[in-house]
Design a protein around this ligand. Sequence first.
Ligand SMILES: *Cc1c(COP(=O)(O)O)cnc(C)c1O
Length: 383
Amino acid sequence: MIFYNKPYITGAEFQYIQDAIKNRHLSGNGPFTHQCQNFFKDTYHFKKCLLTTSCTDALEMCAILLNIQPGDEVIMPSFTFVSTANAFILRGAKIILADSSNNNPNINEAEIEKLITKRTKAIVVVHYAGVACRMDAIMAIANKHNVFVVEDAAQAIDSFYTNSENKKQALGSIGHLATFSFHESKNIQCGEGGLLVVNDERFNSRAEIIWEKGTNRTAFFRGEVDKYNWVDVGSSFLPSEITAAFLYAQLQGLNNIQRIRKEKWQLYFDGLRKLAEGGKISLPDIPDYTTNNAHLFYIVCKNIVERDDLILFLKHKDVQSMFHYPGLHTSPFYLATGENACKLKNAERFSDCLLRLPLYVELGEEQISIVIRLVYEFYEAKS
Ligand SMILES: *Cc1c(COP(=O)(O)O)cnc(C)c1O
């Protein structure tokens, strides 16, 4: 059986977890939490980093930080995970769903401006598969209309955007706020985990307070106040030191993990190129302004019937493959909120036609060859 994903363990996780136990600091905001946060600040020039229990939680923190009120509007791509939307729905926001680009599932920046109204509070972008959205255009629209930008960078660790002045910026360092995921399906993982990045320092002190259940405990630990107290809303957003210890081991393996993932990604890309040139499928388009972090490898089939047939064909040959998001605009929950059904052509095409192939560190080259051969076999049998 060739599995779709197998979470990678560097081997150092056990030692660090033991260290965390020996430290007798098991709740959050301890030495491993700080080491992880510092890693991100040093490596990617993120201003302020707070480890969270998930990317979902980090997104919920963003919605609180941006003071989202009932009726506020938040623009986001329809082709995304439910957490991107739920975080804002929970504060009473109305989500405004935008279509994907033609050549990749990211939000089509040309669609954003006409969706902006007086009630728009934020634009949430998703760097799908670690491929950057066109951040220059998006930040310009946001600045012009005085709205905030949140980067849902759940899939985008170690990926970069090159702006129009040829400056390379880490994804997650560009919007006012950004969020990452360390769910076991992501490149770097700790089972369940996430990160909030605060790039706009106006949010710094409130972010810490919301993170610590509405108290100023973090400032207290730094000796800035002599008692800590309930000062704002908040919740339990910190992961334990056990989780942070696991994550720290993964972060130390990051360069190795990324090198291997990129090699495997390239094997698929080169191996399937001929099929794509023959017009049977399309391969991921990585524009010049973005790097590829090899978060996932996908192909785009002609239509949903062909895509679903290919999933079944691979399944019968013991290969797992996965479609991805059904557009949020077609979901039962969205439609039940009384929103009108709408047509988002590109999002629907990626929902119907995109297929993700197995990709993980321990996936062997022979296994990749098998998957590639099977995809060719499927299309040969069809023609
Ligand atoms: C994985 C993912 C999330 C959710 O991450 P969790 O850490 O599981 O909460 C949110 N948005 C996107 C785009 C994702 O890929």
